[in-house]
Design a protein around this ligand. Structure first.
Ligand code: DAH
Length: 341
């Protein structure tokens, strides 16, 4: 009777495991036979009804069945796993002959390119970079630069005030004072940074970049300024470019000059870029005003210096032939892509 049952079970297991293709259904099937309520377990429970003297014999038979079934499931599990792995590999196969997908490469913004080039040129001449704060107080941005309250030159720049005393710096010149207060000559610094003015049209933006330079030492003259500017202009605009100084006014320099470079587009003959004049204005400069030096505790009878300041966007526009300043602030990828090297 029990022997028959066992034979039947064997056949059943044989039949049911035959078509199995996944480890999951195989495991489920195994549970159905071996689990607590599984058929093999039921068979064990049936031992209770077997007469005592027959139990060892029947027990042996059931054990043999268990071993047989276990082995059967184990071998099957291995085969099924192999098949599954093969299928997985097939699905994950990489076709190395497919063309690659090109990744978009980023590029530097023209402003960054200009700043980097300027820093490179001037560090080659021994300048160190100093970066001042963008939120300044009135003293550093104006008063210490010889522009006290009510000075008419304050009107040259429309200022964003935060409080009566705090403001967004309108010029990187503010950094000159911070440097001179903290360092005794010789001083040779370059100060790039963002500045802010309440100004917004085709050639002005409420935020733009400036690059400031300051040299203070014994015996510095306007001649040194001119020589350095010549070198700078040749490096950034081309080896045949010349500079010229025109008298100007800034409260913190005396004398003050406006610096032009000979037009690198037409060589000075006159064209659209230089508006027919042959010259292009690029920066403001001058000899540091005695009063500014004095205010920073530097003796103007012992030391002299020159300073200069230029607009980053203006240099970028000239250098790359950009006709609208707004392009430099809009972040349009179609525009920016053109500066990839
Ligand atoms: N700070 C001036 C401006 O924003 C530019 C400038 C002119 C800076 C003359 C200087 C300088 O250092 O000497 O318009």
């Amino acid at each position: 009777m029990i022997e028959e049952k066992i034979e039947e079970l064997k056949r059943k297991i044989d039949d049911m495991t035959r078509g199995i293709k996944s480890s999951k259904s195989l495991a489920e099937l195994k549970m159905a036979f071996f689990g607590k309520q599984g058929e093999i377990s039921e068979l064990m429970k049936g031992m209770r009804d077997v007469p005592k003297e027959k139990r060892p014999e029947v027990g042996k038979i059931i054990n043999a069945l268990r071993d047989w079934a276990n082995e059967r499931f184990d071998t099957l599990a291995e085969t099924v796993k192999k098949i599954e792995l093969e299928e997985l590999y097939k699905a994950q196969k990489i076709d190395v002959t497919l063309p690659g997908r090109r990744r978009e490469k980023g590029a530097f913004h023209p402003n960054t390119l200009v700043i980097r080039e300027l820093v490179d040129i001037f560090s080659g001449m021994g300048f160190e970079v100093y970066e001042g704060p963008e939120i300044e107080n009135d003293y550093y941005n104006f008063t210490a630069l010889n522009t006290p309250k009510d000075h008419p030159a304050r009107d040259m720049q429309d200022t964003f005030y935060i409080t009566d005393d705090l403001l967004l710096r309108t010029q990187t010149s503010a950094g000159q004072i911070r440097v001179m207060e903290n360092k005794k000559p010789p001083i040779k610094i370059l100060s790039p940074g963002k500045v802010y003015r309440s100004d917004d049209d085709a050639t002005h933006s409420p935020m733009f970049g400036q690059m400031e330079g300051l040299v203070v030492d014994k015996g510095i003259t306007l001649c040194d300024l001119k020589g350095m500017l010549d070198e700078f202009a040749r490096k950034i605009f081309g080896s045949s470019v010349k500079t010229r100084l025109r008298p100007s006014y800034f409260p913190f320099t005396e004398p003050s000059v406006e610096v032009d470079v000979s037009c690198f587009e037409c060589g000075g003959k006159g064209c659209r870029l230089c508006k027919g004049t042959g010259w292009i204005e690029v920066l403001g400069a001058g000899m540091v005003n005695r009063r500014v030096l004095e205010g920073c505790g530097i003796d103007p009878d012992e030391y002299t210096g020159f300073a200069f300041g230029m607009g980053i966007e203006r240099i970028a526009m000239l250098k790359y032939g950009i006709n609208n300043m707004k392009l430099l602030f809009e972040g349009d990828v179609r525009f920016l892509k053109q500066f990839k090297d």
